[in-house]
Every structure is written in C-alpha cells, then in structure tokens.
Design a protein around this ligand. Structure first.
Ligand SMILES: [Mg+2]
Length: 320
C-alpha cells in the first residue's frame, strides 16, 4: 500500500452520510444535489503550522478546529453546513498523528451533519486547507453588506477567551487552575454558532463570524455596508474566567483584538429588535448588544460610559 493510499484510508469514510450526496470520496469529483429553491454557499480556510497552530498541537483538536472554523463561516452566512473537502500537506506520514487528526475531523463533521466528499494530499510543510459548502434558502444568505445607520450591533457568547487561551499556551499569561479548562477549551475546541446563524436569516441585516478579533472584523461590515460603528466597550461580554485572569484594561484589549472566538457579530434594525429575544432564546446562547451603526462611513468609535475610550490597536497575530 502506497503512502497516499494509506492517508486516503483515514478519510474514506466521513462523519455524516447525507442523502443529497450522489458521489462522495473516491471519484474524480464529488456530485452533490442542491435542493430546489436553495443557494450554495462556499468558503475556504487554511491553517498553517507555525502560523495558526503549534506543530506539536494535539492533532485531534486540529481536526476539530479545521471543521469548526469552516462551518463557522457558513453559520455567519445563515447557511446549513453540508459538505467538506480537505487538502492536506504533510511533511511525513505519521500514522498516530493521522488517525487522531481524522478522528477529530470526523466527529466534528458528524456533529455538524457535514459529509467529507473529497480532497487531496501532498508532501510539504504541514498545512491544512478545507473547503466547506452549505445551503441556504434562495436569497436568504446573510452578507456583510446589509447594515444600515441606526442598526444595533450584537455579538454572541463571550469575547477574548480564545486569545487568553493562546497566551496561556505560549506561557505569557497565567490563568488560575479553576478556569484553565474553560479557557483552553475555547481556544482548541471552538463552537460554530450554526443553529443561531440560521435563526438570524430573517432578523439580521448583516453578519460575520469573529476570527480576527472584533476591532478588525467589524471594519469588514463597515466597509461592505459603507457605514460607521460606535461600540460601548463597557458592554463587551467577558467571561468570568477572563475577568478573573486579567485587569479590566487587558480584558477589554483581548475582547477587542483577540481572534479565534468564532462568535457571531451581527446587526439588527430597530424594527426587528423586539423579536430578537423571543426568537433566539431557545438556542441558549447569550446575546449582547454592544453598540450602533453610524452614518460616518469607515469611522469606528469606542466609548465607555459616554466617554471616548483610549485604545491602541494591536492586530491579532496567532504567534507573535
Ligand atoms: Mg469569517
């Protein structure tokens, strides 16, 4: 058995088996059925060793994270995840690494009801690329370009935990024992807000997922929607673990600049704000209103208690 045949063995059977997959792994291409009245949503994410993860990171967690970050992009579009393709570049064939990576990938794919429908393997520096495809009722995908002046800005969950997890792994920040599991979980095993993303289809005017940090990410919505934004840093949702581990200014710094939280950032027009709590409470994910969309295109204002908040932005780099 050749090396690459061996590798393909780990990915031959996928997590979920979907009835809308005509041909999956093993042919020259996959054949997929897109339901009548639905649009196909496609997204790609790459994770490179030394840039996005440590080469000796737990391969099972990497398999999970690769699926979760791709599915998170689908969630941000309001799409239902369906299919995954994998492009794997490996420096050598390590069966223990491969079987753990595949296990993490398969169990997470199954959790999100995604089927692995193909891929490619090459030799080179360790790099993981995934293409995720999802479906959304025609015209209902949520883009970054629909925010209007006066819309309320919301985020799901809590912010800054993954950035603290990275700093804990790097040994540059202490976290008390009782919070370590939570913080490391948030960094290594992010959740994609899939059900909530779909529930936002008829509520949100724009949405995206938080991969690079709120301060950078919201500027994508501002640019695509040609608007500005005003954020009250006092309203940023911070976990107890983050608050107990950092002084207040550092906690806000991590919540604004820290990447990889994979929470959803979205805007809601005033008229639809009333239905938000009712429609979204079944999902059990906390929502926080952190500000408003403003008319000054490209201007991001940070406030705290009605005062200008002094903030020096340092972009999120995974390893710095
Ligand atoms: Mg994204």
């Amino acid at each position: 058995m050749g090396e690459f045949e061996l590798i393909s063995r780990y990915f031959a059977s996928s997590g979920a088996k979907r009835s809308d997959t005509t041909i999956g792994v093993g042919d020259d291409g996959a054949v997929l059925q897109v339901r009548d009245g639905y649009d196909l949503v496609v997204t790609t994410d790459t994770m490179v060793a030394g840039t996005h993860f440590f080469p000796d990171d737990d391969p099972r967690a990497l398999g999970h994270k690769l699926v979760a970050v791709n599915v998170s992009d689908l969630a941000a579009m309001g799409a239902e995840p369906a299919w995954l393709s994998l492009a794997l570049t490996l420096p050598n064939v390590d069966e223990n690494w491969l079987s753990a990576f595949a296990a993490g990938l398969h169990e997470t794919a199954e959790y999100y009801n995604c089927q692995l429908i193909g891929g490619d393997t090459t030799r080179g520096p360790l790099s993981l690329t995934m293409v995720a495809k999802g479906i959304v009722p025609r015209g209902k995908a949520i883009s970054r370009s629909g925010a209007s002046v006066g819309d309320y800005i919301y985020v799901t969950g809590t912010l800054g935990d993954a950035a603290l997890g990275l700093r804990l792994c790097q040994g540059v920040h202490q976290v008390s024992k009782k919070h370590q599991t939570h913080i490391l979980q948030r960094f290594h095993y992010p959740s994609a807000r899939v059900a909530l993303g779909q529930a936002l289809r008829n509520i949100a005017s724009s949405a995206m997922d938080l991969s690079d940090g709120l301060y950078s990410d919201i500027q994508h919505i501002m640019a695509r929607s040609k608007v500005g934004a005003s954020i009250d840093v006092g309203k940023l949702p911070l976990s107890q673990a983050l608050k107990d581990s950092c002084d207040p200014a550092t906690a806000i710094q991590l919540a604004l600049s820290g990447g990889e939280d994979y929470e959803l950032l979205f805007t809601v027009p005033e008229a639809r704000r009333g239905s938000l709590d009712v429609l979204l409470s079944p999902y059990g994910i906390p929502l926080s209103c952190i500000g408003r969309i403003t008319g000054v295109a490209g201007k991001l204002e940070l406030k705290q208690a009605e005062q200008q908040y002094a903030y020096q932005h340092q972009g999120f780099t995974h390893f710095s």
